[in-house]
Design a protein around this ligand. Structure first.
Ligand code: ZN
Ligand code: ZN
Length: 214
């Protein structure tokens, strides 16, 4: 029983929140709890999991909007994203207004993440890669043992993240994908922030924005 996972699409933006856990110890984390906290907490409880942490890929409201409240209610740490997203955390109230989300509770991450860091759940460890471009502090979580990566809004099936927000950088995003995601291997399955899963190999073959023929 290696790393187990379940994707739950939350918020009006259908953001893919991932519940991940160690199959042996049942230690669990929620990646990007953007909202719909009762549903997320029910998914944890139904499986008898021990929620240990909240992990954030980046601080856009659809990904981080529920993190502050969930951390307060559960007493669990918020891990990530990278410090480059501090200004997006500071702007959560404005983001909520702009996108008509419920007000988000402010928070301070317990731990900022850096490229090459490790996060652990029971027996399972995931490697953190800093992948700026969509936001300056965006990170990705990679579990090499099961060949899966949680990539937030860096890469989607058939598309890539937007770079027209403050702090976005298109060239940097392409570098992040080519230099930090592709080396994880063509067989790696990725869970994007929105929409269906795919593999890096499929995207290298067919993605019009960042495929090998682009
Ligand atoms: Zn985003
Ligand atoms: Zn998003």
């Amino acid at each position: 029983m290696p790393l187990q996972r379940l994707t739950l699409a939350v918020t009006p933006f259908q953001q893919n929140c991932s519940l991940v856990w160690c199959g042996r110890t049942h230690a669990a984390a929620l990646i990007d709890p953007g909202g719909e906290l009762p549903r997320l907490r029910a998914a944890v409880a139904e499986r008898g999991l021990d929620l240990q942490a909240i992990w954030l890929t980046h601080a856009h409201i659809d990904h981080a909007g529920g993190a502050g409240q969930l951390a307060r209610e559960t007493g669990r740490p918020i891990v990530g994203p990278h410090r480059g997203d501090q200004f997006w955390i500071d702007a959560l109230a404005q983001q909520a207004q702009m996108f008509r989300f419920a007000p988000a509770e402010p928070f301070v991450p317990t731990r900022w993440l850096e490229d090459g860091d490790t996060v652990t759940l029971g027996d399972e460890s995931l490697t953190v890669r800093h992948c700026p471009g969509h936001t300056p502090g965006h990170v990705v979580f990679h579990h090499a043992g099961s060949g899966v990566a949680f990539v937030g809004d860096v890469l989607f099936a058939g598309s890539i993240g937007r770079t027209d927000f403050p702090g976005g950088n298109h060239a940097q995003l392409l570098d992040s994908i080519r230099m930090r995601l592709w080396p994880m291997g063509d067989d790696t399955v990725f869970v994007p922030g929105h929409g269906p899963e795919s593999t890096f190999g499929a995207e290298r073959r067919t993605n019009p924005f960042v495929g090998d023929g682009a």
